[in-house]
Design a binder for this molecule. Structure first.
Ligand code: SRM
Ligand code: SF4
Length: 511
């Protein structure tokens, strides 16, 4: 299979490998890979092209692959969750899953010889992992309480699904968008609290009215990378919901055909916007979609502080509730996935939602079933009412599975919070985000306290350390936090955080 994309000069190794053979081509080679085994198969197919199917070779755990799904708007059915639980269950201790910072799931422990079977299972329950890695559009995020929240302005679910269907050819794979210059993130906000961090996406749609008509202001170019982090800037455009799919297509086509393909660190959408200026960028997008866009609405509707959706909330449907459960750093094991699936069926409507804070929401629990729901044993681990630090804890994968990582993150994050909570009384949620390296998958720049893995020196030795970020603000008037202290050895981090929590977040030292 070759991509339909006009090739600009291929000047980095990723451009070369894409030009040689489109990533989606490996879809037809799974049987061969299974026969050869991961050691003998072509390394470029294994390490790179399989990511077009959402399959990631892990140098840290060779032979045990990661699979990244696509769960538009973070919605998953209990049946789908059960299938995923069963898939990781067969790998014993190697099998687990992580809820990601894009409202999504990644499976661990996957063997190459099982891929064909796994894809067949996916198909039976309407799941796809297509084009979820490398130079493709990532999971598209939307309000996690879409369709449930009485105060929402727009139910984003269908729109997010339509955008995904356009990009992925309904999950079958789409060579039109399989060779972008770089990864690409899209988010659609439907509530007043910017629950999906619109500002850190390449394209984000933010609720805004023109007179009485609902639509979205559009911002573009937000991204984090190891060398540069930018909040998205206004495209100065307002669109109605029915224009969203077409505008995403137009922007993707402009990016695909004109985006820089040279130095890899300079290939995200913002670099094209820098080169052209936002006016030219908008006019090229207008040429591509074939009509002039309306200017943005004067104000948007992001008026609230961000909610985390943990706890029990009334839905707009009378007599029904949604309950947000705190999944520590998003890590799930097979039995827990099966349990979540069961409780969603027994008490709710068989639906589960995921949040960008790596937590779970079970919707549609009737008033009469709520009390019984709250006695379920799994809620002892996945708390409805977690402590103030656990509640705001987010962590990227870290060195357990990620070869970019400079430090271990998830276990350390949980342990440290436990220790701090044993010493301090903290009343208000503090959002602490861990990320294992400057790629910033754990989004330390949106946190109250962000911790980015680095190397530090202690007693003449190189040790695991963190750079400290502070001041990230989410929701209304969102802004990115900044690095305030560098290279703190992880061993010395607890007293630093303790002091910050006492001095800046009102924590009290326990007797
Ligand atoms: Fe990420 C690469 C994990 C969200 C910026 N990210 C990676 C890889 C694939 C690297 C690798 O091959 O090992 C990591 C896989 C590790 C593993 O085994 O899990 C990885 N990224 C993650 C996840 C799982 C973190 C998490 O624990 O939640 C998130 C998956 C989201 C999803 O469902 O698709 C994840 N990554 C993000 C985000 C946050 C977001 O999207 O809001 C960012 C910053 C935002 C952005 O992209 O602008 C992010 N990841 C990166 C980058 C830097 C991109 C750049 O432009 O330079 C890389 C490195 C790269 O692409 O070369 C990267
Ligand atoms: Fe891996 Fe770094 Fe991303 Fe963490 S931030 S998942 S360590 S690439």
């Amino acid at each position: 299979m070759t991509s339909t994309v006009p090739q600009k000069t291929a000047t980095n190794k990723f451009e070369k490998l894409k030009a040689e053979k489109d990533g989606l081509a490996v879809k037809d080679e799974l049987e061969t890979f299974a026969q050869l085994g991961w050691e003998a198969m072509d390394e470029t197919d294994r390490d790179h092209r399989l990511k077009w199917l959402g399959v990631f070779f892990r140098p840290v755990t060779p032979g045990k692959f990661m699979m990244r799904l696509r769960l538009p708007n973070g919605v998953i059915t209990s049946e789908q969750m059960r299938v995923l639980g069963e898939i990781v269950q067969r790998y014993g201790d190697d099998g687990s899953a992580d809820i990601t910072t894009r409202q999504n799931l990644q499976l661990r422990g996957i063997r190459i010889e099982d891929l064909s079977d796994i894809f067949q299972r996916f198909e039976r329950v309407g799941l796809t992992s297509i084009q979820s890695g490398m130079d493709n559009v990532r999971n598209i995020t939307g309000s996690p309480v879409a369709g449930l929240d009485a105060d929402e302005l727009y139910d984003t679910r269908e729109l997010v699904q339509q955008v995904q269907d356009m990009i992925t050819n309904e999950g079958k794979g789409n060579p039109e968008f399989s060779n972008l210059p770089r990864k690409f993130n899209i988010a659609i906000a439907g509530c007043r609290d910017n629950s999906i961090h619109a500002e850190i996406n390449d394209i984000a749609f933010i609720p805004a009215f023109k007179q009485e008509t609902f639509g979205f202001n559009v911002i573009v170019g937000g991204f984090f990378s190891a060398t540069r982090c930018e909040a998205a800037i206004p495209l100065n455009v307002w669109v109605k919901p029915e224009q969203v799919v077409g505008l995403c297509r137009g922007i993707l086509e402009v990016f695909r055909d004109n985006g820089p393909r040279g130095v890899r660190q300079k290939t995200r959408l913002m670099w094209l916007i820098d080169e052209w200026g936002i006016e030219k960028f908008r006019s090229e997008v207008e040429k591509q979609i074939g009509y002039a866009l309306e200017l943005e609405a004067e104000k948007d509707e992001i008026l609230w502080e961000k909610r985390d959706h943990l706890g029990i909330y009334k839905q707009k449907q009378p007599g029904l509730n949604y309950v947000g459960l705190n999944v520590p750093v998003g890590r799930l094991y097979a039995n827990e996935m099966l349990e979540l699936s069961r409780i969603a069926e027994v008490y709710g409507s068989g639906e589960i939602r995921l949040t960008v804070e790596q937590n779970v929401i079970i919707p549609n629990i009737s008033d009469s079933r709520l009390e019984a729901f709250l006695t379920e044993p799994i809620l002892e681990k996945f708390s409805v009412n977690p402590s103030a630090l656990s509640r705001g804890l987010v962590s990227c994968t870290g060195s357990q599975f990620c070869n970019f990582a400079l430090v271990e993150t998830k276990n350390r994050a949980v342990e440290l919070v436990k220790e701090l909570e044993a010493e301090l009384t903290v009343e208000k949620t503090v959002r602490i985000h861990w990320t294992g390296c400057p790629n910033s998958c754990g989004q330390p720049q949106v946190a109250d306290i962000g911790l980015m893995g680095t190397k530090a020196r202690k007693e003449g030795k190189t040790v695991e350390g963190v750079n400290l970020y502070m001041g990230g603000k989410v929701g209304k008037d969102a802004q990115l936090g900044e690095c305030v202290q560098k290279s703190i050895p992880c061993e010395d981090l607890k007293p630093v955080l303790r002091q910050i929590l006492v001095e800046q977040f009102g924590a009290r030292v326990k007797e």
